[in-house]
Design a protein around this ligand. Structure first.
Ligand SMILES: [Zn+2]
Length: 299
């Protein structure tokens, strides 16, 4: 848990503007990018190819029932906002309503279902090769993996996070997408790169990756022996908090691995522990919702 004393003298990096509020043009997605497929760019020969491209997206907490602290009224409760996780103690009906709302919004952008995973901090990758039964947005007994890839149009892959790094990826020309959830353990196991390899197995060649907001190195304090162990193998992952305590930079680990794998990667700025519109397990404890990283090939 980070304090505030150090931050008055050593301010954090500038924060981007808060995502647009739902219902005011922003919908439930805090960030999204549509990547054109073959023939999607200007200058492409007419009639060549029919690739649909891909969409990468991130949600934030700022959904229904959430107001920024200090905005007046009742302070937000621990799960207020767009919580998409069924495993964190939130009201199941509320979470399913949030998932339906997100599925409805994505349906307008070519996604027929949203495929959630049962994340276990591992590095196994699920290859999704068909739209879920009945096009449902809820597949029972979600597989216990931390990454998934698909070339099936209409399947939106989702990873859920509160501090961990959501990695969303696509080769929009090949029509292949992937997602990975990378906390400390998943990053050290190389989960995002395993997903890239699985995407290449589906025909992806030029993969682009985007890392969503996660807990930053200034906030993610860890025991000194853990930092030392990580530093011995991956120096880029060792860091220091504002207060001078040992910490890890998980996003840096992921970026280094993706670069080594030949993947162009960028990071959407923002620290989950520092932004009220994002959930943080480190800040809020077990009563913390989850946002999603999403990737799909529009159907
Ligand atoms: Zn931070």
């Amino acid at each position: 848990m980070h304090g505030t004393a150090g931050r008055t003298s050593l301010p954090p990096v500038p924060q981007p503007a808060a995502p647009p509020a739902p219902g005011r043009g922003g919908g439930l997605l805090a960030w999204s990018r549509a990547l054109p497929g073959r023939g999607g760019g200007s200058g492409s020969p007419p009639g060549v190819g029919a690739a649909r491209g891909a969409v990468l997206a991130l949600t934030s907490r700022a959904g229904a029932g959430w107001a920024p602290p200090g905005a007046g009224g009742v302070p937000p409760g621990p799960y207020d906002g767009l919580d998409l996780a069924l495993h964190v103690g939130d009201d199941e009906a509320a979470v399913r309503a949030s998932r339906r709302a997100l599925a409805d919004e994505l349906a307008g952008r070519g996604a027929r279902e949203v495929r959630y995973l049962q994340q276990v901090h591992g590095a196994d990758v699920l290859v999704v090769d068909e739209v879920g039964p009945g096009g449902a947005d809820e597949v029972p007994d979600a597989p216990a993996v931390d990454a998934a890839v698909t070339a099936v149009p209409g399947v939106a892959l989702a990873v859920l996070v509160a501090d961990c790094v959501p990695v969303v990826m696509a080769d929009p020309v090949a029509g292949v997408v992937g997602v990975a959830h990378a906390g400390r353990r998943g990053a050290l196991l190389g989960a995002p790169v395993r997903a890239v390899e699985a995407m290449r197995g589906l025909g992806a060649r030029d993969v682009v990756a985007v890392l969503g907001p996660s807990i930053c190195a200034r906030c993610y304090e860890v025991p000194a022996d853990l930092r030392a162990a990580v530093a011995a193998e991956h120096p880029v992952g060792a860091s220091t908090t504002w207060e001078g305590a040992p910490s890890l930079d998980v996003a840096a680990l992921v970026l280094e691995q993706l670069a080594a794998a030949g993947v162009r990667a960028e990071q959407v700025p923002g620290c989950t522990a520092e932004r009220a519109d994002l959930w943080s397990y480190r800040r809020d404890g077990a009563a913390s919702g989850r946002t999603a990283g999403l990737a799909w090939v529009p159907a």
